[in-house]
Design a protein around this ligand. Structure first.
Ligand code: HPA
Length: 241
């Protein structure tokens, strides 16, 4: 039994959704899983649930925020037999024309945090999504009518950045959004031979000037709900019905 996920192999499905927020993990299980799911972890409030989605086994596990917290959870999910990790959450949008509630699929995640490189044990490394999952997610998102942006994202170790030039620097190299966990997940998935994908809803718009705006609670709920349902389909490998 790992230290932070107090569960045994078999308690988690091979396909695991990974939100940062425990309340979102509980919401995903309640809203999208078939009746009969069960709680498999409560340690540190990092809620995890296992059940089925349209009959297919699935789990959802909270990761917490940032690479160090999420890295512990991703490693322990590997120990417990996970083979596909799908991060679901929010991101700050960097690309011009992006709107609140749009979907972002991160095909690569540049880390501005040392933790993924420590795990990769390389001087430099390009954390990358599993192409088939990205392709599937993009197709399902478009079919659902969502506005989806596919591209490289930035995994930052800092939310409250004191440097007002940071967003412009990230945009210069083509990053479309910023969040705080994907590069950790892609690195751990690569090291252990798992599949992984990060899909997010735009919750903040980040201007080149350093200015930011934040989504309303209602807009966020709508955007996240649509994206979570798709994420369940991507995680279980089922197509849109
Ligand atoms: N920065 C980093 N992570 C985020 C943001 C942001 O602005 N919004 C949602 N996740």
């Amino acid at each position: 039994m790992p230290i932070h996920l107090r569960a045994e192999p078999g308690d988690y499905a091979p396909n695991v959704l990974c939100p940062g927020d425990p309340r979102r993990a509980a919401y995903i299980a309640e809203t999208f899983f078939d009746p009969g799911y069960r709680c498999v972890n409560e340690e540190r409030g990092m809620l995890g649930f296992t059940g089925t989605f349209e009959g297919e086994p699935i789990s959802v596990q909270t990761t917490g925020m940032g690479c160090p917290s999420s890295g512990i959870v991703f490693e322990e999910l590997v120990m417990l037999g996970a083979t596909r990790l799908v991060r679901v959450g929010t991101c700050g949008g960097l690309k011009d024309g992006m709107r609140m509630g749009d979907t972002v699929i991160g095909i690569a995640a540049t880390a501005e945090d040392e933790t993924p490189l420590r795990v990769a044990q390389m001087g430099s490394y390009a954390p990358t999504a599993t192409f088939e999952l990205a392709e599937h997610a993009a197709r399902l998102s478009r079919e659902s009518g969502a506005t989806v942006h596919v591209g490289p994202i930035l995994t930052s170790g800092v939310f409250y950045d004191p440097d007002p030039t940071t967003f412009a620097r990230w945009k210069r190299t083509g990053h479309i959004a910023v969040e705080m966990e994907a590069a950790m997940m892609y690195t751990i998935a690569a090291v252990h031979g798992l599949e992984s994908l990060a899909m997010m809803t735009v919750s903040d718009l980040l201007e080149e000037s350093g200015d930011t705006s934040r989504i309303s609670d209602e807009e966020l709920r709508r955007g996240v709900d649509d994206m979570m349902r798709l994420a369940c389909r991507v995680a279980t490998g089922t197509s849109a019905g």
